[in-house]
Design a protein around this ligand. Structure first.
Ligand code: LHQ
Length: 258
């Protein structure tokens, strides 16, 4: 069985982290496979949204610590530069919306991969742990960039330093994620979010994502300029034409992602 399961369903690239007996912790093979599947999602025009979840009871427990102590293992430098940094960069740069469906515990790099996705939803029993400090490391996979921007400097600082387990309800209250759904029907409800995205004007969503990426470092004036450029591009899409036309004709829009 592959460490990453992949299928295309309803125009959605569905990625499942699949090492359930090790709580979907990342070894090199799984990290490289995830990059490969993200590349496939980028290239395949049929795919209009991406859905990432975990198999079994966890989303991901982060780095496989057995690999870290393995003398034959890739070593710290390569783990960051060849595993996690390319994964989170691909997610942020992917011109399609990415949903993280956090079905259970998300720890270490597993938590920060989830948090860099465009929409994070979680099961009621899921949790997030910035587990790094517990083993003498600093949060990686973009966590020190993303978390303070999601929930503010103070909360991020405490959560990253103390390494406390943050339950899904608290995570939602803090602004770490969009919505929680009950465990019983979590995967159905989470998948509906991806289905909704897959029927939307894909290019406009891509430009929205780019604008949000730019907003992190831009001044207000720079952001207005970027909005201007991206809005001109959105206005050239067939989906924009369809959106306005369908409104005028009082019918549902049929967006095609073009
Ligand atoms: C695991 C793991 C795991 C291997 C559970 N590895 N087996 C970047 C740069 C380079 C180096 C290091 O890392 C990084 C990025 C990072 O991600 S650092 C953070 C790494 N992750 C952690 O420190 C989390 C470690 N795991 C835990 O604290 C717990 O397992 C959590 C709180 C996630 C879940 O607890 P439980 O629900 O009680 O499950 P468990 O601990 O009983 O785990 C079940 C099995 O999964 C068990 O195996 P076993 O053979 O005994 O049944 C664990 O050993 C294995 N497992 N996490 N990261």
């Amino acid at each position: 069985m592959s460490f990453i399961l992949f299928e295309i369903r309803d125009q959605i690239g569905c990625i499942t982290l699949n090492r359930p007996e090790k709580l979907n912790s990342f070894n090199r093979e799984m990290a490289l496979l995830l990059q490969e599947k993200l590349n496939d999602c980028k290239k395949n025009k049929e795919i209009r949204a991406v859905y990432i979840t975990g198999s079994g009871k966890a989303f991901s427990a982060g780095q496989d610590l057995a690999e870290v102590v393995d003398p034959e293992g890739p070593g710290m430098k390569r783990i960051l530069s060849e595993h996690y940094n390319p994964i989170v960069t691909r997610i942020r740069k992917l011109e399609k919306p990415v949903v993280a469906a956090v079905n259970g515990v998300a720890a270490g790099a597993g938590a920060n991969i989830a948090l860099c996705c465009d929409i994070v939803v979680a099961a009621t029993s899921a949790s997030f742990i910035q587990a790094f400090s517990k083993i003498g490391l600093i949060p990686d996979s973009g966590g020190t960039h993303v978390l303070p921007r999601l929930i503010g400097w103070q909360k991020a600082s405490a959560i990253m330093m103390l390494g406390d387990k943050i339950g899904a309800e608290e995570a939602e209250r803090l602004g770490m994620l969009y919505k929680i759904f009950p465990d019983e029907n979590f995967s159905e409800e989470a998948f509906k979010v991806a289905v909704q995205l897959s029927k939307m004007p894909t290019r406009a969503l891509a430009y929205t994502k780019q604008a949000l990426n730019f907003s992190i470092n831009n001044t207000f004036e720079e952001q207005l300029q970027d909005e201007d450029i991206l809005q001109q591009r959105a206005a050239q899409t067939l989906d924009y034409k369809e959106g306005v036309q369908s409104f005028m004709e009082k019918r549902a829009a049929n967006f095609r992602g073009e």
